[in-house]
Design a protein around this ligand. Structure first.
Ligand SMILES: [Mn+2]
Length: 323
């Protein structure tokens, strides 16, 4: 791993213009890791573009340099080096982005999702790490720029969001040790917590109540909730950028429940399924059966079907693994 880190740092030193990108529907770790890396490249005096398929959830706009994220457009690239964060699968990149990454001379992958990289290049994949930000911490610390307030704020945010505020099973002693070190840079822990948990619109609370009203517990072990387009519309939202964890955290503590799921209508007969567990059932494996993926404790997939059919298929599959 040390050797891989120095190979990547050498490449960053040598080259001058970089693409930074991440997976579709960027989450806190994806956004924060891209911005932490942007700070590093800025510090090294390098040119870079951060390009995403869609704007990051507004929740993360407090992160320094977040205004530098631009959206994919026709005339972009090619780049000398493409750096892909929190993702190593071509299918998790937006179509156009996948092509731009492939056209670049070198590719760097930094990720914590299990599995081999589908891109040729330098990959730093650490599945035991809680988050890409945790992996990036080691890389940035070894660089000549090192950590500072802005980088520490980004890294802490990515680690915080991917560990559910240090509450998921992926939180290791190293995760806490890193967080402890990041605090030495004077980051505003309380401020970050408040910003990440802030509710901008009272209608979101009403929407949450509608979603929680759909709670169903199947066989005492599987609990699920549903977010329909109609609920969104009724609460005045068009397409809310939302992390499933915000809703799932309400049902996760249910006694006896091993798997909690959010079924969400995305429109065009697409159902997004977000699954969480605190048991040893491998959510990544289950999600992969439906063309998705993630981590053992948290994974997701998209089914092209009706809500009812999605629920039946997913619950049936999970029940097979529970037994
Ligand atoms: Mn992540």
């Amino acid at each position: 791993m040390k050797e891989r880190i120095s190979q990547i740092l050498n490449l960053l030193e040598k080259e001058n213009h970089f693409l930074i990108t991440s997976h579709i529907r960027p989450d806190g770790d994806a956004v924060a890791s891209q911005l932490a890396l942007a700070h590093l490249l800025k510090g090294l005096g390098k040119g870079y573009r951060i390009i995403n398929e869609e704007p990051p959830p507004s929740l993360y706009s407090f992160l320094p340099l977040s205004d530098e994220i631009s959206l994919l457009s026709e005339e972009m690239g090619p780049f000398r080096v493409a750096i892909v964060l929190d993702c190593h699968e071509t299918s998790r990149l937006a179509n156009g982005l996948d092509a731009i990454v492939r056209r670049s001379s070198s590719v760097v992958i930094v990720d914590h999702h299990p599995g081999e990289s589908e891109f040729e290049g330098f990959s730093l994949i650490v599945p035991r790490a809680s988050s890409t930000c945790e992996v990036l911490y080691g890389l940035i610390r070894s660089s000549k720029i090192g950590l500072d307030y802005d980088i520490a704020t980004c890294l802490y945010t990515g680690i915080f969001t991917d560990t559910g505020g240090f509450s998921y099973d992926n939180t290791g002693s190293r995760t806490h040790a890193i967080a402890a070190h990041l605090l030495k840079y004077g980051i505003d822990v309380e401020g970050i917590w408040c910003l990440l948990n802030r509710v901008e619109n009272p209608n979101f609370i009403i929407l949450t109540s509608l979603v929680l009203g759909t709670l169903k517990v199947e066989g005492e072990r599987v609990a699920h909730i549903t977010l329909t387009k109609e609920m969104e519309k009724r609460c005045g939202f068009e397409n809310i950028g939302l992390e499933a964890d915000i809703l799932l955290r309400h049902i996760r503590p249910l006694r006896g429940v091993k798997v909690s799921i959010l079924f969400r209508e995305l429109g065009d007969a697409r159902i997004k399924v977000s699954m969480r567990t605190s048991s040893t059932i491998d959510m990544d494996k289950i999600a992969r059966r439906f063309g998705g993926g993630g981590h053992p404790q948290a994974a997701g997939c998209i089914l092209y079907t009706s809500l009812e059919d999605a629920k039946e298929k997913i619950v049936k599959e999970i029940e097979r693994w529970i037994r």
